[in-house]
Design a binder for this molecule. Structure first.
Ligand SMILES: Nc1ncnc2c1ncn2[C@@H]1O[C@H](COP(=O)(O)OP(=O)(O)OP(=O)(O)O)[C@@H](O)[C@H]1O
Length: 234
């Protein structure tokens, strides 16, 4: 399997009023192309921080992160931002939709920021096609306040996938949903995984999420042993 993200002896700490607070130290982790991974760990164990490092949102304090074999600290800031926008999709627990934009407009944001020169009608066509895939056709002109939690998360997933990313990072995507809606979101993510050519990583507290994924990472093992992570292939 080809490695998409490799973390070698990665440590991350945050400095607050001159006090250095480590989140984790010397983590070794490989995420391969086409992995479908759930990450479990107690609150505060660093799941979101790990996703932010993998998604080029945060820089490590020390250690090496490689993306497709290339050390990311060698990338120019502009390249960094382009990769993040065009190759990496994010989904959050609280959806992070823009309330005064419709479903269609929310989904269009990454396309509008992308360097790909699509015409307005090509952008619209692409948005409607992904809105259809997440089963929200008919709701494209609705505003977030007019949607259920599950529909909001479907919109966020469509927005994350509109650029056909290589990597989808989901931070507690089912955390704000009732069980039925959460299960439907996991079924949708599984469908998108099967159809696409993506690596998906989900940080979660929800026990059933691992039933859908092919690998499970426990933060405690990752941190205690400094990796390689304990992996269960289901
Ligand atoms: N930007 C930041 N500045 C300072 N400290 C931070 C920052 N982001 C995270 N932390 C700290 O890093 C630690 C790990 O946080 P993180 O959000 O990664 O954990 P988590 O496992 O995702 O938690 P949860 O399950 O509650 O979402 C926590 O102690 C948190 O307070």
């Amino acid at each position: 399997m080809k490695a998409l993200i490799e973390m070698q002896n990665v440590s991350k700490s945050f400095v607050d009023r001159n006090i250095d607070s480590p989140v984790f130290e010397n983590v070794n982790l490989t995420l391969n192309h086409r992995d479908f991974v759930s990450i479990y760990g107690r609150s505060g164990s660093g799941k979101s921080t790990l996703l932010h490092l993998a998604g080029l949102v945060e820089h490590p304090t020390s250690g090496i992160i490689k993306l497709n074999g290339r050390q990311i600290n060698e990338l120019k800031e502009s390249e960094y931002a382009r990769i993040r926008n065009e190759n990496i999709g994010f989904v959050y627990q609280d959806f992070k939709l823009i309330n005064d934009m419709t479903v269609l407009e929310n989904v269009e944001i990454p396309l509008a920021l992308s360097k790909a020169k699509l015409t307005k009608s090509q952008r619209r066509e692409r948005c409607l096609s992904i809105i259809k895939e997440v089963e929200l056709l008919g709701k494209e002109n609705a505003y977030p306040s007019q949607l259920s939690g599950g529909q909001k998360q479907r919109t966020a997933i469509a927005r994350a996938l509109v650029n056909n990313p290589t990597l989808l990072l989901a931070d507690e995507p089912t955390g704000n949903l009732d069980f039925q809606s959460a299960e439907n979101i996991m079924k949708l993510l599984s469908k998108m995984y099967e159809k696409g050519n993506m690596t998906i990583v989900i940080a979660t507290h929800d026990d059933y999420v691992q039933q859908y994924t092919t690998k499970t990472i426990r933060m405690e093992n990752l941190v205690r042993e400094g990796g390689p992570f304990e992996e269960s292939v289901l």
